[in-house]
Design a binder for this molecule. Sequence first.
Ligand code: OSB
Ligand code: MG
Length: 362
Amino acid sequence: MTADLEAVDLIRVRLPLVRPFRTSFGTMAEKEAILVRAVDADGAEGWGECVAGAEPSYSEEWNDAAWLLLRDVLAPAALAGRDPGVRGNPMARSALDLALLDVDLRRRGVSLAAHLGGTRERVSCGVSLGIEERIEDLLPQVESRLAEGYRRVKLKIEPGRDVEVVREVREAFPDASLSADANAAYLPADAGHLAGLDHLGLAYLEQPLPADHLLGHADLQERLTTPVCLDETITSATVAAEAIRLGACRVINIKMGRVGGPGPAKAIHDLARAQGIPVWCGGMLETGIGRAANLALASLPGFTLPGDTSASARYFPFDLTEPFVMDPDGTIAVPSGPGLGVAPIPDILERASVERTTVRAG
Ligand code: OSB
Ligand code: MG
């Protein structure tokens, strides 16, 4: 597949967000991403997006480090047709793997969704709302996103902005499908406090404890009636299998970048499905490139819950690709063209680029 790979371009982009996005680990005022463009000897190209952030705050990876790894290790190994022998760094690896897969699929005329085993043409969408200083700034966002058709609204929470916030949103929207995402902000000793969420009808509570607390999540799940969903913890199919066996979660969020690529993402889907654990496609505020990959992944049959696969307009005043639009029924069409089915619009890519380099064989 990579035999005639000729060059790998790395393009760092920055896109303004429609609103700063605050989580328990920090605030993002703009989106920074590394795009990977793989080019083969016939000039065919493929794209991938690294979902790491500008800082190592969601996980250990960050773009400055991913850039070096892609430039000095991963791309040269791919160009030489050898295994890079690298541990960890799933987001950087996933970005390159996606670009290489995209070249191959485009050449063969196969969509990423078809390649992964997708079974639906449209996927169900939820939306993730950042922490707001004031409840008056959150409630109107929930209202307008529900009115747009989003099938689930996820509220970011942190200590001091949790049970009360969820209660206010629940009181204002009694029938809405709601979830809460703590991004690892609590400790096992907070179990009693988190049990205060149990009467608020959440679809699930996402990643309450730090990523390595497998037993902590199992104990917490035993205490809560709210299903626990794991995000940061699930870094491989092995961890997913152990989390399920321990009872550490009843729901899994799958992000291709966090688990190291399309292959591992599908493997986690397959094993969760075999064990009756529903999964949904997480998001990292991706540009249209990463969004296309997420929509393809979310078309697999085990993705039975709405994903953080929102429309381009929820994130950006302008996206790198043709914008993804959600229908009023809360669904987005899965790209059906070869590979990702989308590519950056040259002018917009040019305008958003802040750094570029090309890696060649030899
Ligand atoms: O925990 O799911 C998360 C964004 C950046 C980092 C981590 C997370 C998120 C989101 C946004 O919740 C999901 C989206 O892309 O809409
Ligand atoms: Mg999350």
